[in-house]
Design a protein around this ligand. Structure first.
Ligand SMILES: [Fe+2]
Length: 366
């Protein structure tokens, strides 16, 4: 090891600290801290806000926080927002009464809840979808253009292209389809301890495909490190911000213009994935209809197990999804602001945004 690398590694080996560093088995015993079951008063509050929007006939895209007042549920959502952006990085609200809502009312409720957690909903694909649908459309995950949310495949641990990702479960699978999350800050600490050379490798540039969802002025890939360290002089910084989509890295290798992965990079991703898969680190949770789960992508990875669906298409597993930008999200390291998929007016990750494609909020998966 060179002197320079040794010096760099000594910086790398400084662990990060905070509520965002956690382990799954410990969190499993602290469920009351991260899962809130809605009270009857909170449900009535949500119902009233949905009814008001429906009475006004507002377009979903036009619903702002002011259009969706929640005088009772608001305190719970404010605590969720704090825990998401300043704390552990995930939260679940259980009991959204989707059985009483039609599809549009469920989407209004979901969007309205989202306005209290984020400041903007950003686009999730090249079609400008700001209301997403996670549902098996029969696509093959091996297809270079397929996105995981369109399949029933097991998804590896990854991050999405926004500050927060929110899901509302409308229908759960016949079997499988569990949600699994892991603290990427905890993985960072562990890798620095066990294999600082691999932690260092993950601070180098990785190339990720844009799945063909790209404006004509951009290359077909983005280049961004997995681990993005802060220099430590910003008290609001979480120490390290992680962004990782291995399937996009693998699929970028199919593009002839992409620089090749090194053996060290592949070994580092293998070690990172293995740690995430280790039951000592991740937290599994079921998705019940009416569960509203929100995750901070910057220090939490998410995944799901493969699933078997119900035969009737009306009963198939179906989640609504929002990608949210938060004005008070964590500082964003320069390596990410430069190469990330465009930024909102507030300088936040802007999802998958193609200039000129209008936003839309479809009520059906496509
Ligand atoms: Fe995702």
């Amino acid at each position: 090891m060179t002197e320079a690398l040794r010096a760099r590694n000594s910086l790398l080996q400084q662990p990060v600290d905070g509520a965002h560093v956690w382990r799954g088995p410990d969190m499993a015993t602290r469920r009351d801290e991260w899962l809130h079951v809605m009270t009857p008063g909170e449900v009535a509050d949500l119902d009233a806000a949905v009814d008001e929007v429906e009475a006004q006939g507002l377009d979903i895209l036009d619903i702002a926080r002011a259009d969706f007042p929640l005088p009772v549920l608001g305190d719970t959502l404010a605590k969720m927002r704090h825990d998401l952006l300043k704390g552990r990085g995930f939260s679940v609200l259980r009991g959204v009464p989707i059985d009483r809502y039609d599809r549009r009312a469920a989407a209004v409720a979901f969007w309205g809840l989202g306005t209290h957690l984020g400041d903007d909903a950003v686009s999730q694909n090249g079609k400008g979808h700001v209301l997403g649908h996670v549902k098996d459309l029969g696509h093959d995950y091996a297809d270079p253009m397929a996105r995981g949310y369109q399949t029933s495949a097991r998804l590896p641990y990854h991050t999405d292209y926004s500050d927060l990702v929110a899901l509302l479960c409308l229908k759960s699978a016949k079997s499988g389809g569990l949600s699994s999350i892991v603290s990427s800050a905890a993985l960072y600490n562990e890798l620095c301890e066990r294999r600082p050379d691999l932690a260092e490798a993950l601070t180098q540039t990785f190339y990720r495909t844009r799945w063909g969802e790209v404006g004509s002025d951009k290359p077909p890939y983005i280049s961004v490190p997995v681990f993005n360290r802060h220099n430590g002089d910003d008290e609001a910084a979480p120490g390290v911000v992680t962004t990782y989509v291995r399937s996009a890295i693998r699929k970028a290798q199919l593009l002839p213009e992409t620089p090749r992965l090194t053996d060290l990079q592949t070994e580092a991703m293998d070690a990172f994935d293995a740690l995430a898969e280790d039951p000592a680190f991740h937290l599994d949770m079921e998705f019940r209809p009416g569960d509203f789960q929100v995750v901070n992508n910057h220090w939490t990875l998410h995944s799901r197990t493969a699933y078997e669906d119900h035969a009737d298409s009306n009963d198939k597993r179906h989640l609504l999804r929002l990608w949210l930008a938060c004005a008070d999200g964590p500082p964003f390291p320069p390596a990410m602001t430069k190469e990330f998929e465009g930024l909102t007016n507030n300088g936040r990750p802007n999802g998958i945004h193609i200039p000129g494609v209008p936003f839309n909020a479809p009520l059906e998966a496509s």
